[in-house]
Design a protein around this ligand. Sequence first.
Ligand SMILES: NC(=O)C1=CN([C@@H]2O[C@H](COP(=O)(O)OP(=O)(O)OC[C@H]3O[C@@H](n4cnc5c(N)ncnc54)[C@H](OP(=O)(O)O)[C@@H]3O)[C@@H](O)[C@H]2O)C=CC1
Ligand SMILES: CC1=C(/C=C/C(C)=C/C=C/C(C)=C/C=O)C(C)(C)CCC1
Length: 316
Amino acid sequence: MARRNVLITGCSSGIGLALAVKMAKDEQKRFKVYATMRNLAKKEPLEEAAGRSLGKTLEIKQLDVCDEQSIKTCVNSIPDRRIDVLVSNAGMGLIGPIECQTIDEMKTVMDTNFFGLVRLLKEILPDMKRRKSGHIVIISSVMGIQGILFNDVYAASKFAVEGFCESLAIQALKFKLQLSLIEPGPVVTEFERKVFEDGMKMDLSAADEETAEMFTNIYLKNYKQIFQSLGQSAEDVAEHTVKIILAENPPFRHQTNTLYTPMTTLKYADPNGDLPIDTFYKMVFHHDKIFSASLNFIKLLRWRSRKSFDLGKPSQ
Ligand SMILES: NC(=O)C1=CN([C@@H]2O[C@H](COP(=O)(O)OP(=O)(O)OC[C@H]3O[C@@H](n4cnc5c(N)ncnc54)[C@H](OP(=O)(O)O)[C@@H]3O)[C@@H](O)[C@H]2O)C=CC1
Ligand SMILES: CC1=C(/C=C/C(C)=C/C=C/C(C)=C/C=O)C(C)(C)CCC1
């Protein structure tokens, strides 16, 4: 099989970086990775992680998904503009009460997470259609199918991505193109750190007391624990993504976190849509102690299974 050209956005950290490195270090050398980032001053961690694959199976290029010209320049610099696999990964989060967010902040999230994907596809899709080959892989989120308290705009941006892709997938099929949405739950990356820091610094004066208290004492208070208990590593998500890229018949949707699937299943279990909302409501406002204890229990189980694995005894 010929080596596939893979373009990945947002490779300065997190999932993008882990995926670029994993694919570039593929033992069978099945990929040539164009690992892109908007700010090349941040390329050092990727260069370090890439090691000897740098300049061979991995090249670093500038690409800002909010800048059409930068996308065009990057794609034009690739031999024959040939991109066999596009991984749309660049993205950002935003949490907090909407009363305390500006419309400009919200627009930046939509511009990056949704229009960023649209800009990429406007540049890359016509070539794929002409060649009648290509795989478009999008790092969406569980929030692309299910909203979460105080993530209103972020969830909207990922819902937009999913609606857009569900529509496009039908046309793509006609051109023999593949489209796959990767839906991770919480992942421990810069995303988590940035979002939490911004949340902690947020000016909550525009919100009423009850909302501000809910955000601080429920959401932010449990945030770290949720990531510690349910969070995956970027490498783990990268591994799932590579499997999807290599699959003969890649699925349209793929959730990476089995600990999170009971939550998303609620969405599909009730066509009225009340079940997930009522369940989240009860978890947050009525059974917060049980919820917190369950998270601690999961954390302990994961810690113990990792520890026994470290000692050479894989968990039962
Ligand atoms: N972490 C999580 O819990 C989850 C994350 N995701 C999704 O995964 C994807 C990757 O996030 P993750 O690795 O976690 O977070 P990181 O913050 O580690 O990585 C995000 C990447 O996107 C880049 N980026 C942001 N804006 C732009 C832009 N305009 N043009 C190009 N690159 C840009 C960042 O660059 P820079 O360093 O310059 O800011 C960075 O390289 C996102 O789409 C996110 O929504 C999905 C589910 C869960
Ligand atoms: C599980 C859960 C919660 C939080 C989930 C979080 C915080 C998920 C984060 C997902 C991310 C960051 C996805 C990125 O795309 C709540 C609402 C507190 C209570 C109900 C159950």
